[in-house]
Ligand binder design. Structure first.
Ligand SMILES: *Cc1c(COP(=O)(O)O)cnc(C)c1O
Length: 381
């Protein structure tokens, strides 16, 4: 075996902070280690002095942060002898489950809402060989069915109610602290089921446990017996800010939403599975929830692609849409270090991207003259 320093995934990298043993067979596709990119152009437009970083989770193996949790969940499912995994999905969970199940040599069953999943995600689930079950219903219906079916069939649920999912996903917070040398002041992210905001908070809490039994701020998750006490690497934790699409915003309404609608299909969720823990995250971190319209979401997606060269899917862009609004209003104060999670890659949903670019293509004759004219006309002031 070569002896270089090849990166082999987040379980190996953060092994001592994850629930695996020396004999565990690790199911990995090299997930994690995603870039933390500093925005160079967009911050100027706010007229405020802030540092904004985006954690580009779209660069995970299947194009979303779900791979962090799925590596851990499928690793444990296989270790426990499971031959099949099952999930309900707005798309990315199914893509990830399908890929990691293929890698492990087990079967993935995925339940998706008919007609409401982005094209790239559907292609992934199908090509990796998952059994794709479309239902005439939404994600929340699918989630209810998954819980019911799991009582009647020998399958492991790999939605974020599987606690290993959050364990894998907490590593994103570790990577951010490792990269910055400190925790950011604010961490902004999209909220659907609220598993990811919870997972980040778990990660930040673990990383802030100092020595001598002292915890910099009370961490409710460890109940005073945290095995990470004494292994903290930072003294602070960020304020956690979660954004929801207006048509799909149970945390803003203060109750479940029965018919969620938004262009951001990844967060088209009316009955969040991590309801209680997300409220705790908000309280403990001193954070808040807010909502953005579909128009704001798409504008932020366009801004990131056209001004920074970063292509994320609509749900991901809500973190930047919301952060920019809160920076402009001063709710996120000047001088802050802000991290926004870009949860999934823009190529997941090419239809929505192309629909935003009407008139963005020129069709001309295949002649030097026609092409030259097209270029010169486009450069005219
Ligand atoms: C799953 C997902 C979300 C929502 O994450 P939760 O943990 O459900 O809150 C946001 N964006 C993308 C791209 C996703 O795939």
């Amino acid at each position: 075996m070569p002896t270089g320093s090849r990166y082999t995934g987040l379980i190996e990298h953060y092994r001592d902070r994850l629930p695996v043993s020396d004999s565990t067979r690790i199911i990995s596709l090299g997930e994690g280690n995603t870039p933390l990119i500093r925005l160079e152009n967009i911050p100027h437009e706010t007229g405020r002095e802030v540092e904004i970083y985006v954690k580009y989770e779209g660069l995970n193996p299947t194009g979303s942060f779900k791979d962090r949790g799925m590596s851990m969940a499928v690793t444990r499912a296989v270790e426990e002898g499971s031959r099949a995994v099952l999930c309900a999905s707005t798309g990315n969970t199914s893509a990830s489950a399908a890929a990691y199940a293929a890698r492990a040599g087990i079967t993935a069953f995925v339940i998706i809402p008919e007609g409401k999943i982005a094209l790239g995600k559907l292609a992934q689930a199908m090509i990796h060989g998952a059994v794709v079950i479309q239902i005439r219903g939404n994600f929340d219906d699918g989630m209810r069915l998954v819980k019911e079916v799991a009582d009647h069939a020998p399958v492991t649920i790999v939605n974020s109610i599987n606690p290993y999912r959050l364990q894998g996903q907490k590593t994103a917070a570790f990577e951010i602290v490792d990269a910055l040398g400190r925790a950011p002041d604010y961490h902004c992210l999209p909220v659907g089921n609220a598993g990811n905001i919870t997972a980040h908070w778990i990660g930040y809490c673990e990383y802030s446990h100092q020595g001598d039994g002292r915890v910099t701020a009370a961490c409710k998750y460890c109940a005073g017996e945290c095995r990470y006490a004494g292994r903290g690497v930072t003294g602070t934790r960020p304020v956690m800010v979660g954004y929801q699409a207006s048509g799909s915003a149970p945390f803003l309404r203060g109750e479940m939403v029965d018919h969620p609608e938004t262009v951001a299909t990844a967060i088209r969720i009316g009955h969040p599975q991590s309801w209680d823990s997300a409220w705790k995250v908000k309280e403990e971190s001193g954070g808040w929830f807010d909502e953005c319209s579909d128009a704001e979401i798409l504008a932020a997606q366009k801004l990131l692609t056209s001004r920074e060269g970063i292509f994320c899917e609509p749900a991901s862009a809500i973190s930047v849409a919301g952060a920019l609004r809160d920076i402009r209003s001063g709710r996120i104060p000047e001088g802050s270090c802000v991290v926004c999670t870009l949860t999934g890659h823009g190529l997941k949903d090419p239809d929505t991207a192309i629909r935003q670019c009407e008139g963005g293509m020129l069709t001309v004759d295949a002649t030097l003259d026609a092409v030259k004219r097209a270029i010169l006309d486009s450069m005219a002031p």
